[in-house]
Design a protein. Structure first.
Length: 256
């Protein structure tokens, strides 16, 4: 007897990521998407209106985080976090009732998650959910993402909100945070910044460049197949994308 499809609700503040996950789930033939939302508050209001077996939920969202959504969601749905956070920080999921999918989501990993969900559909989550959330929250608190980057100028330190940073680059043995208005020299390596910036917002496209994905307006390929990321700043800055980072970037943007 064929198992009934899993009734899934999707919440992710990035529309492209939401559409890509929806396409991947529908392609399996094992999932019925009963709703989706880019606004966590709106998603919470919709979830209680119909039966939901599983909630696919981004962790890092404006307004409510994924953890806060889980605290408020009606009892019942299993939870699968979709996160760009580094693999080592989500190991707590692997032995608990909740699961995770690391962005960009791989089809084989998604199929394993669906197998696990089908097996657990009729099992109560119980305290395992609370325990896993507590462990992950503790791990994330121990490794916070940067809200600002610091640029020292003579006897002053200028704090630049990371949301204003279009990209970061290494040049002539120095590291710079670039905003729409200026470049700011930083006293930190690009490798360290990559470890401490939210991978849901920043993506390394070149050995010398990390881009703020929210500022990417267009991808452009030249006749030789070289890809550039065109930013939405007033200068329409074009940043080179390494060949080995081209496909991961397209996946990150939901283009493949």
């Amino acid at each position: 007897m064929t198992a009934a499809p899993l009734r899934a609700f999707l919440i992710d503040d990035e529309p492209l990521a939401l559409r890509r996950l929806g396409r991947m789930l529908e392609a399996t033939g094992r999932v019925e998407i009963v709703g989706r939302a880019t606004d966590p508050e709106q998603g919470l209001r919709q979830i209680g209106a119909q039966p939901v077996d599983v909630l696919f939920l981004d962790i890092h969202m404006p307004g409510l985080s994924g953890f806060q959504v889980v605290e408020r969601v009606p009892a019942g749905p299993m939870v699968v976090f979709t996160t760009a956070y580094d693999q080592h920080a989500v190991r707590a999921f692997e032995v608990n009732a909740i699961d995770y999918l690391l962005k960009p989501i791989e089809r084989e990993r998604l199929h394993r998650t669906l197998e696990r969900l089908v097996r657990r559909r009729d099992e109560p989550a119980g305290g395992a959910l609370d325990a896993a959330l507590e462990r992950l929250a503790r791990d994330l608190r121990a490794n916070p993402f940067l809200d600002h980057v610091a640029s020292r100028v003579r006897d002053r330190v200028h704090l630049i909100p990371v949301g204003e940073v279009t990209h970061l680059l290494a040049r002539a043995r120095a590291t710079y945070a670039v905003t729409a208005a200026a470049e700011h020299m930083l006293d930190v390596t690009l490798a360290e910044l990559e470890r401490r910036l939210d991978p849901g917002r920043f993506f390394r496209i070149h050995r010398a460049i990390i881009v703020n994905v929210a500022w990417v307006g267009e991808l452009r390929a030249d006749g030789g197949g070289h890809l550039s990321a065109c930013l939405k700043d007033t200068r329409r800055t074009e940043l080179p994308v390494s060949r080995d980072r081209a496909r991961p970037l397209k996946e990150r943007l939901g283009l493949v």
